[in-house]
Design a protein. Structure first.
Length: 195
């Protein structure tokens, strides 16, 4: 296996394990065993477990950005439908995983924000980027007359992000997708009401 492929394999497997178990509970040995990489190889690819964790966050963020682009840039759909379809797709993914993974960025935010400043800063940067992506979609909905001009897209985007992350957390705790379903229903019945 080439060096880059080995590194990517370690990150991919680590992302899956950390999504299920958390960062601190995920041991390097378990990741290397699942990756089929010799035990001493980890530090050849990463200076520390912290550097590895930051690489996992970056990997997840890049994959998630692709998902956001797929839904929120779909010009065949109205802006509010783009948001709706994105949330429904995320609900389907969490349901498929039996509510065991949640959102890696949200999970790490809860676990690591008070423990590691580098993690906190990187996670906050990602949350801000996601917020801006929703806000841009909401501004477009306003421009098209699909959504009231009386709402602040940045504030509502923050509300969507915070509410959605909370709904994902509740779904994980309850082992039920119902909080996510409820959030989507209430969001589109009360806040993102089409004109």
């Amino acid at each position: 296996m080439e060096k880059k492929d080995t590194r990517n394999t370690i990150i991919r497997i680590g992302t899956d394990l950390i999504s299920r178990q958390g960062f601190n509970a995920t041991g390097i040995d378990a990741i290397l065993k699942d990756a089929g990489v010799p035990k001493g190889s980890f530090y050849h690819y990463f200076k520390s477990k912290e550097e590895f964790g930051l690489a996992v966050i970056e990997h997840f963020s890049e994959r998630f950005e692709y998902r956001l682009n797929t839904f929120l840039n779909d010009e065949d759909e109205t802006p509010l439908n783009r948001i709706h379809y994105f949330l429904e797709s995320s609900l389907a993914r969490v349901t498929q995983n039996q509510c065991t993974k949640g959102c890696l960025i949200g999970n790490l935010g809860q676990e690591m924000a008070d423990l590691n400043e580098r993690f906190r800063e990187q996670l906050e940067t990602i949350f801000q980027m996601w917020r801006e992506r929703f806000a841009a979609c909401l501004r477009e909905a306003q421009h098209r007359g699909e959504l009231s001009g009386g709402i602040d897209p940045d504030v509502v985007a923050g509300f969507i992000l915070s509410g959605w992350e909370g709904a994902i957390l509740r779904s994980k705790v309850m082992k039920s997708p119902q909080p996510m379903r409820d959030f989507i229903e209430v969001l589109f019945a009360t806040t993102l009401v089409q004109q």
